[in-house]
Design a protein around this ligand. Structure first.
Ligand code: NAD
Ligand code: TDX
Length: 340
């Protein structure tokens, strides 16, 4: 069994590769990654020499390159993690989101159609459903919730989902889609809330909370997401969408306070800054389908997962210090420099 994992040098893709190599040592994993600012080869250093692992630096939009790799490797399964993934960047510059997230997905789908595949799995997001109001805690996203996107990022992810479903209906391509809530854990790029707040806290820098900090996200430890995708690949029904989330809703401000408490720092570091444009209020997944059909349940409790994550950033300073010392400085200045 050969599995193509696109975007495997990023946060969730790399964790998925570690999970699969550990859980299915007889599978061969080929990681395809363009190595954008978010891709990091050092993340994969522990598996680079494994005999059943291959890394290929390639853009999923490169049709000729992708087709040549399919011709050479004849993959059985494709799991597509490759994407531009940060909402704030999509608000600054949507075009690359449309290219990678939509057109890149279409290239992979065309290659699957041309060469044949036993499964194409699209890693999607709960953001395709838009948001829920704060005053209706009884509402959750189910797989039937209409798509109602807010940002160029989520619109591009929803477009990709529609293409994936169209290739199933029109060409009979054996596809599945997972729509997961916010992940956290090791190798999370420090532009996202949790790693950004950990790193700023360690440096005694202000913690930029958007708006009032009351926005709610539904957090899942990355390993639980990886197990869910593994289960969908093996037991999921073709043509189906599976929501993935662990009923762990938290307000942003409460997460920031937990991080401060865990690191023994003062709440005076918290700085409220201008809100994100179009900021989604609340995400909350109803995971009934994946639980009842596939027996999936999250295993890591948030308090434990957050402790493990903070510990990881404390013991893997080299990984993130390398990142924040480079282009990240310009990014940070641009996004937060005079954000009032
Ligand atoms: P990430 O930004 O950490 O990693 C993305 C990876 O894709 C990087 O390694 C990057 O180099 C690579 N990439 C980008 N453009 C590419 C291209 N054109 N060709 C090949 N490789 C390319 O993202 P992540 O947080 O690991 O997210 C992975 C996937 O999971 C995305 O599709 C995202 O939409 C989805 N998702 C993320 C979350 C979350 O909380 N992070 C939640 C649900 C779904
Ligand atoms: O500096 C910050 N301050 C702040 O208040 C940052 C970076 C974020 N926030 C807020 C915005 C959100 O309400 O924290 C919340 C989480 O923000 P992000 O980490 O940017 O995640 P989010 O926008 O919720 O999207 C994430 O989950 C769904 C991923 O980045 C997506 O790839 C995934 O699809």
């Amino acid at each position: 069994m050969t599995i193509f994992v696109t975007g495997g040098a990023g946060f969730i893709g790399s964790n998925f590769i570690f999970h699969m190599l550990k859980t299915h040592p007889d599978y061969r994993i080929v990681c395809i990654d363009k190595l954008t600012y978010a891709g990091n080869l050092s993340t994969l250093s522990s598996v680079m020499d494994a005999p059943n692992f291959r890394f290929v630096k390639l853009d999923i939009c490169d049709r000729a390159g992708i087709f040549a790799l399919f011709e050479e490797e004849k993959p059985d399964v494709v799991v597509n993690f490759a994407a531009e993934s940060h909402v704030d960047r999509s608000i600054e510059n949507p075009s690359v989101f449309l290219e990678t997230n939509i057109l890149g997905t279409s290239v992979l789908l065309d290659a699957c159609r041309t060469y044949g595949i036993s499964r194409y799995h699209q890693v999607s997001t709960d953001e395709v459903y838009g948001d829920l109001p704060l005053n209706r805690p009884d509402l959750f996203f189910t797989e039937e919730t209409p798509l109602h996107t807010s940002s160029p990022y989520s619109a591009s992810k929803a477009s990709a989902d529609l293409l994936v479903l169209a290739y199933h209906r029109t060409y009979g391509l054996p596809v599945t889609i997972s729509r997961c809530s916010n992940n956290y854990g090791p190798y999370h790029f420090p532009e996202k809330l949790i790693p950004l707040m950990i790193i700023n806290t360690l440096a005694n820098k202000p913690l930029p909370v958007y708006g009032t900090g009351e926005n709610v996200r539904d957090w899942l430890y990355v390993e639980d997401h990886c197990r869910a995708i593994d289960l969908i690949l093996h037991n999921g029904r073709i043509g189906e969408i599976y929501n993935v989330g662990g009923h762990n809703e938290m307000r942003n401000i409460d997460i920031v306070k937990l991080i401060l408490k865990e690191l023994g720092k003062s709440e005076s570091l918290i700085t409220f800054v201008a809100d994100r444009k179009g900021h989604d209020m609340r995400y909350a997944i109803d995971p009934t389908k994946i639980h009842t059909e596939l027996g999936w349940l999250p295993e890591t409790k948030f308090q434990d997962g957050l402790k493990k994550t903070i510990e990881w950033y404390l013991t893997n300073r080299d990984w993130w210090e390398e990142i924040v010392s480079g282009e990240y400085q310009n990014y940070y200045q641009k996004m937060y420099g005079d954000r009032k």
